[in-house]
Ligand binder design. Structure first.
Ligand code: PGA
Length: 252
């Protein structure tokens, strides 16, 4: 079974509408066909609609966050229904910045994953350990706990639309990348876990990405690993040339 590679840009809180449109115009004609790689840009909510209008066969647009309720008195939040109405397909859920700065718990993340799936959105579930946890040999324990809690109630059929991103927190935005071997070890552990929780077919089909200071200089090595199916990229996705290179690296 060959999993199709997936390269996702996580722009975080960067780019105005004009910056974002200029980026899309710069990359749109040069992206490899979706026959070989899926390309997604997760952009700030306020410009999603403008970008969705320019998405095509080779480029899909995603959001960076979603709330789990459909509507109601939740000032400032965006519901899954609102996201679907813009035409986005993907949403990042449980990014470590949301967990640490905005205090999202595994319970919140689980509700978000379920809400996305209910409304036809593909959650990109982020998991990963802190530096302290890695140094204390707690990485696998943390990953197991996050996966088990965050995927609670997700059926094997629903897993078809779930993407998992392993992002060691100490590697995010720090310039420190996990070695390819380290990253693959974690991704392969997650794949085994998915097999235990579901079955071999689901585990073989689930796309597991690496994120954390991935850039053109280190991407090929990471993407070459058997259990790494693509990347979730912050800093290096902000420049069109660098992002294009990363997408192309997925097809090598
Ligand atoms: P980075 O961010 O590539 O800038 O380390 C990755 C992420 O946070 O998704």
């Amino acid at each position: 079974m060959m999993r199709k590679p997936l390269m996702i840009a996580n722009w975080k809180m960067n780019k105005t509408r004009d910056d974002a449109l200029a980026f899309i115009y710069a990359v749109n004609d040069s992206l490899p066909s979706s026959e070989f790689v899926d390309t997604v840009i997760c952009a700030p909510t306020i410009i999603l609609r403008d970008l969705v209008k320019r998405q095509g066969d080779t480029l899909k647009i995603g959001a960076q966050n979603v709330f789990y309720e459909e509507n109601g008195a939740y000032t400032g939040e965006i519901s899954p229904v609102m996201l679907t109405s813009t035409g986005v397909e993907y949403v990042i859920v449980g990014h470590s910045e949301r967990r640490s700065i905005f205090h999202e718990t595994d319970e919140d993340v689980n509700k978000k994953v379920l809400a996305c799936l209910k409304h036809g959105l593909k959650p990109i579930l982020c998991i990963g350990e802190t530096l302290e946890e890695r140094e204390n040999d707690k990485t696998l324990e943390v990953l197991e706990s996050q996966i088990t809690k965050d995927l609670k109630g997700v059926s094997p059929e629903m897993m078809e639309n779930v993407i998992i991103a392993y992002e060691p927190i100490w590697a995010i935005g720090t310039g420190k990348t996990a070695t390819a071997k380290m990253a693959n070890e974690a991704c392969s552990f997650v794949r085994e876990l998915v097999k235990k929780l579901y079955n071999a077919a689901v585990s073989e089909e689930t796309r597991i990405l690496y994120g954390g200071s991935m850039k053109p200089a280190n991407a090929k090595e990471l993407l070459n690993e058997p259990d790494i199916d693509g990347g979730l990229v912050g800093g290096a996705s902000l420049d069109p040339e660098s992002f294009l290179e990363l997408v192309k690296d997925c097809t090598l």
